[in-house]
Design a protein around this ligand. Structure first.
Ligand SMILES: C[S@@+](CC[C@H](N)C(=O)[O-])C[C@H]1O[C@@H](n2cnc3c(N)ncnc32)[C@H](O)[C@@H]1O
Length: 267
């Protein structure tokens, strides 16, 4: 598949050429395999098959997703969460705290938050109930997340002590299983970010390395506004280290301590 054909495919789903810059080769490979499975010899035949067959189109859309992630990705951000954001949220919400990880891939970000929450439990006399919603449009990633088994490379930003406390090492292979006790408070759910949000009044939303990276502006901007509306007033939004807030977004203030953190305006 040449670049022009790949561009045509991205256009069909409103996906961004620049967003796929680093992962183009791998995604093209997956799509070529799908083409062969469907018996398509040319891109024209493939596009025709996608138009005719809803399941094939859905499979293709899922094959275009990228699951790259790791525990405590962008370490500085997690330090700010641990020292500033989560303590403020815990103090301000005595009963319960709602967190949404939007585009959670195989769960690394969600379990990182669960680990932080558990750690902070040792510092506060009273912890609110944590409701942790993790969504993704790719059910294969959600299944992996539910199982919670990871390779050593996913854990490379974790201090040894944290690894020992929250993971069980498997046999000879370099694989690690997340502690069962961290799974209890997480709800995993299929959800497309282009649709309405799966809840409201979140105190914290992670929208990292998904919508803002991989979509064209026409789809990105309205979907982003919907995500913002799911935040409670004063709630926090986290974006990826290389991402920008779409221009014209309303009601969001930068958080001075970290460039990836924003706060929904109150009142
Ligand atoms: C690169 S991973 C990011 C994982 C994690 N948020 C992080 O930053 O480490 C991107 C995830 O977004 C998901 N995704 C992409 N487009 C989506 C959409 N329209 N709706 C829901 N999930 C989507 C993909 O399936 C993938 O799991």
């Amino acid at each position: 598949m040449n670049d022009q054909q790949f561009r045509q495919l991205l256009n069909r789903f409103g996906l961004s050429w620049d967003g796929y810059r680093k992962v183009r080769k791998g995604v093209k490979k997956r799509i070529c395999r799908h083409m062969h499975e469907l018996g398509c010899r040319t891109m024209q035949e493939y596009f025709f098959a996608l138009d005719q067959n809803k399941d094939a189109r859905q499979d293709c859309e899922r094959l275009m997703t990228v699951s790259i992630s790791r525990f405590f990705r962008d370490r500085g951000l997690w330090r700010t969460l641990e020292n500033e954001i989560l303590p403020a949220i815990i103090k301000g919400n005595k009963k319960r705290v709602k967190v949404w990880s939007a585009g959670c891939a195989c769960g690394e970000e969600v379990y990182s938050l669960a680990i932080l929450w558990h750690t902070l439990g040792g510092c506060f006399q009273h912890m609110p109930e944590l409701q942790l919603l993790a969504t993704d449009m790719n059910p294969a990633y959600l299944n992996k997340a539910r199982i919670g088994i990871y390779s050593r490379s996913s854990l490379k930003e974790l201090p040894e002590a944290v690894r020992g406390r929250y993971f069980k090492r498997g046999g000879k292979k370099q694989i690690y299983a997340i502690a069962e006790r961290l799974k209890k408070r997480i709800v995993w759910q299929g959800h497309n970010l282009l649709a309405d949000p799966p809840g409201t009044d979140f105190q914290l939303v992670f929208l990292r390395n998904s919508l803002l990276t991989y979509y064209e502006d026409e789809l990105k901007e309205p979907a982003f506004q919907k995500v913002l509306n799911s935040l409670t007033q004063g709630g926090f939004l986290i974006i990826g280290a290389h991402e920008k807030i779409p221009p014209g977004s309303q009601g969001l203030l930068p958080f001075v301590e970290h460039p990836c953190i924003f706060q929904r305006e109150s009142g």
